[in-house]
Design a protein around this ligand. Structure first.
Ligand code: MLT
Ligand code: ZN
Length: 448
């Protein structure tokens, strides 16, 4: 099989050396790692198809990887698989201005795609902190969310066409970008969020949005999560330009200040912090300032009027992940609950985690509009499964989801039944068998 793979992609794109493979074998968290039999780097869809035909014929398992920014172990091997890297599929088509759409190869980074769209006054609906490394294929395969979901939806909502290769090497392609298409099952929508278990995404056609250059950013301080959630209806109603609403707490703020050397945003600590961003064609600073001054329940607020000030406020939120990582390898649990139940979740988290792991440190932040919390637990020692179990059961008791935007991966596969019924899991397994009867793609990811 190795000789066959070398014949397809060239010897230099089949990596066999342990040192060279290493950077592909551990995910961003450092928690999930395994050895790949080899790393294969095809450069075209046809090569991906030939690689999958060879692997399936040889009975080899394949793990699919984009920018390796995943946080749930879904893109790294468990042990012995062929690691299929899509990084070389990085062709970006010309933006189609008539439809405001673009075709991007799976290996195009989000930052490159954003730059490409912005050059013609358009923009990408999804944005997230890992934009410089995260790739389009991985964003679609995990149905990534990020900071603009309240305005534009998740990655699946951006997809108007998709090309993907099935495990048997056949290519499924629907790239015309039809905004209306009533011809049956939405296969692109099904493959989006399937975490590489159904097919390998090789290219996508994405809808783009008007570029909104004028931005305003505010950081609000309040006493509690209740106060932050209570602000949402008024903010949504008075700010049609609202494009991000991000929540964090004093523990996270202390960490980002420690690791980034950032100044305190306010003279004293507060119970909760909400970062808001508005984006519009004309300067939304006054709109945002007016909404902030009318909002009830605030104890302090600051509005940034220039780009440097906006970046400085965003740094408090966007450097959370790396600052937590600098403290150790956390148990990262990305969960969501109905937004009205967010205060109940936040209140119960500390006693729940401490109940199973008294030494644990909890750092929580997230996307408030979607009820999406990133629960990071440091210093869990050997107790990661106990902590995971306690938090995910708490989330399920509040009608929440065990994975909001990072996927199930390997990390949460044992808890899928908390969010999906037996009937749903059986239906998903039947879909998996229909697409990938030999079970070649991403075994052990998503489905028990
Ligand atoms: C974020 O919102 O910053 C990301 O989902 C990353 C993370 O949870 O660490
Ligand atoms: Zn997030």
């Amino acid at each position: 099989m190795i000789a066959g793979l070398q014949a397809v992609v060239g010897t230099e794109h089949v990596l066999l050396d342990d040192d060279v493979k290493a950077s592909y074998e551990t995910d961003w968290t450092g928690r999930f790692t395994g050895r790949a039999s080899c790393v294969v780097r095809p450069g075209t869809t046809e090569q991906v198809a030939a690689v999958l035909r060879l692997c399936t014929a040889a009975g080899a398992k394949v793990v699919v990887q984009g920018g390796n920014t995943g946080l749930v172990g879904g893109g790294v091997p468990a042990g012995g698989e062929v690691l299929l890297s899509l990084a070389r599929l990085d062709v970006l088509g010309e933006v189609d201005l008539a439809s405001a759409q673009v075709t991007a190869g799976a290996g195009v980074t989000l930052a490159d795609l954003q730059g490409h769209a912005r050059a013609v006054n358009l923009d990408v609906g999804v944005d997230l902190a890992a934009r410089d490394s995260a790739t389009v294929g991985g964003l679609v395969a995990t149905n990534a969310g990020g900071i603009r979901v309240l305005r534009y939806g998740s990655m699946r909502a951006q997809v108007v066409g998709l090309e993907a290769v099935l495990a048997d090497g056949s290519v499924l392609s629907r790239m015309a970008g039809l905004a209306k298409d009533g011809t049956g099952y939405d296969l692109a929508g099904l493959i989006a969020g399937s975490e590489g278990t159904l097919a390998v995404v090789t290219a996508v056609r994405l809808k783009l949005w008007p570029r909104l250059r004028a931005r305003a950013v505010a950081l609000l301080a309040m006493d509690s999560t209740e106060a932050a959630v209570a602000l949402l209806p008024g903010l949504r109603a008075s700010l049609p330009s609202l494009s991000a609403a991000e929540l964090f707490y004093a523990e996270g703020l202390a960490l980002v200040r420690k690791h980034g050397g950032l100044p305190a945003p306010f003279p004293v600590e507060h119970g909760a912090y909400l970062l808001l961003e508005c984006a519009d064609l004309t300067d939304p600073v006054e709109q945002l300032a007016a909404a902030v001054s009318e909002a009830s329940g605030l104890v302090d607020a600051t509005v940034a009027t220039d780009a440097a000030g906006q970046r400085a406020l965003w740094a408090y939120r966007e450097t959370h992940t790396e600052s937590i990582g600098a403290e150790g390898v956390p148990v990262k649990l990305d969960v969501s609950v109905p937004t009205s139940r967010l205060p109940a979740l936040v209140a119960a988290l500390a006693p729940t985690v401490q109940g199973v792991c008294p030494a644990a440190r909890l750092v929580v932040f997230g996307h408030v509009n979607e009820g999406n919390l990133h629960v990071n637990v440091l210093d869990t020692g050997e107790l990661h499964d106990e902590v995971t179990d306690a938090v995910l059961n708490l989330v399920a008791s509040l009608d929440g989801s065990i994975s909001s935007e990072h996927g199930v991966g390997r990390a949460k596969v044992g808890w899928l039944q908390l969010s999906r019924s037996a009937t749903e899991i059986a239906a998903m397994q039947a879909v998996k068998r229909a697409f990938d009867p030999a079970g070649t793609l991403n075994p052990g990811v998503l489905l028990p």
